[in-house]
Design a binder for this molecule. Sequence first.
Ligand SMILES: Nc1ncnc2c1ncn2[C@@H]1O[C@H](COP(=O)(O)OP(=O)(O)O)[C@@H](O)[C@H]1O
Ligand SMILES: [Mg+2]
Length: 269
Amino acid sequence: MADLSRPPGPKIIAVANQKGGVGKTTTAINLAAALVELEKTVLVVDLDPQGNASTGLGIDPSERDMTTYELLVDDAPLDDVIQETEIAGLHIVPATVDLSSADIELISNEKRSFLLHDALRQTAMDRYGFDYILIDCPPSLSLLTVNAMVSAHSVLIPLQSEFFALEGLSQLMLTIREVRQTANPDLRIEGVILTMFDRRNNLSQQVEQDARANLGDLVFDTIIPRNVRVSEAPSYAMPVLSYDPNSQGAVAYRALAREVMQKNGKLAA
Ligand SMILES: Nc1ncnc2c1ncn2[C@@H]1O[C@H](COP(=O)(O)OP(=O)(O)O)[C@@H](O)[C@H]1O
Ligand SMILES: [Mg+2]
């Protein structure tokens, strides 16, 4: 039974796709920044040992003493691992390469698939009052990604507008189904977001048609265009919404944030 003495917790969304370079991290960072612009408070959990979300949100490697690794493997309290970013209302649990050994270290832990689930449900979470938690997954269907799916309410899938984009999707859907059948029956698909879309490229158009034909309403109306400002922003350690607020990429991520909020009934249509 739900514990009515606790406020309703944050909506937890895993940003996942086992393919690398499809726009997971870019989407996690910029959707987070766009939700914050809409006056939501957001926590990004960097679940990728590459730590790109941490870098992209301005957390220097020297400031990553307490990370997702400590949260999962050492049962660290939330207060020790959650950091503020330069953007008010946007927090992060950073990651380092340490996280790459977590899979192996946790292999004999009976609760290995539930570690992130339990970590994000520490009572200390209530005090932060986050509206959303976005989990930036690694490019694999490993134990880390399973932890994200077990802890999340939904999965948001970036799909690069490129040949073979849909091919890996069946494997991802299978993993989602397995998680539903075992640990998290209520896991939903938040939606599929087409990324790095090039309007002048027939292939991009084809991928969009295929995606909408096969996945229907799961595909967000919003499409993220390929935009050089988006790819430049991480080297300035900021979301594109701060780096170039009027760029096409920033405008698109704001539209995505509004769509996500509409789907979650937090914004009138
Ligand atoms: N809309 C976009 N326009 C231009 N470059 C992009 C866009 N989205 C992502 N990129 C770039 O593509 C690369 C891969 O994106 P990333 O978000 O890191 O993917 P993933 O996290 O899935 O591995 C990065 O260099 C990123 O800056
Ligand atoms: Mg990434």
